[in-house]
Write a protein that binds this ligand. Structure first.
Ligand SMILES: [Fe+2]
Ligand SMILES: [Fe+2]
Length: 201
């Protein structure tokens, strides 16, 4: 176990037990997906261990940290400060835990809303966080995301974002611009594939 992993595992002992258990399930899920998709398992592990470092903070605390960090706060973040726990963890992971891998930090930042131009690692963390067994249990749209994740991270991400949009409409939640950008990008990529000419045989 390296230093960063050790420190992140120690940090888990200071968060509520339910959250720590979730993080460890995401670590397992991230390892499984990294193996299937040929993604760096160490990076996946560190991203998973660090992704919810600030998840137990109250809305008020998250907004205070955002102001202290001089972070960009979207109007949707003001309505739903919980969305900030991803991006705000980035400077803390870098400065207090020594995480310097930009892809890992990007994965943590994007795990709450998704974003455009996500890397494979970033998609992996986003999906692993949503499909860990406790969250996928008995919720068929999430179960479908889980099945898709075994073969196609883009399809899994798209299916989750579609589901999220439907729930947001139902619950009257705001939609974060990064979520919309991520979904639009996936739709554009799917259309580009559909329009591509059939290869000549
Ligand atoms: Fe989270
Ligand atoms: Fe999480």
């Amino acid at each position: 176990m390296n230093d960063i992993e050790e420190r992140l595992r120690a940090a888990l002992t200071k968060v509520p037990p339910g959250l720590a258990a979730h993080v460890l399930r995401v670590v397992d899920e991230a390892a499984r997906l990294a193996h299937i998709h040929g993604i760096d398992p160490e990076a996946a592990k560190i991203a998973a261990l660090g992704h919810d470092l600030l998840r137990a903070h109250s809305d008020g605390r998250l907004l205070t940290i955002a102001e202290e960090q001089g972070a960009t706060i979207d109007p949707v973040d003001r309505l739903e400060p919980v969305l900030l726990h991803g991006p705000l963890a980035v400077p803390i992971l870098r400065e207090q835990y020594g995480v310097i891998d930009a892809d890992v930090l990007g994965a943590v930042a994007a795990h709450t809303t998704a974003a455009s131009r996500m890397s494979r690692l970033q998609k992996l963390l986003f999906v692993a966080d949503k499909i860990e067994p406790y969250k996928a249990d008995g919720r068929s749209p999430v179960q479908r995301v889980r099945e898709l994740a075994d073969s196609d991270l883009d399809a899994a991400l798209r299916a989750y974002l579609d589901y999220h949009v439907l729930v947001a409409l139902d619950e009257r939640w705001p939609l974060h611009p990064n979520t919309i950008a991520a979904r639009n990008e996936l739709v554009a990529a799917e259309r580009a594939v559909r329009r591509a000419p059939e290869p000549r045989t």
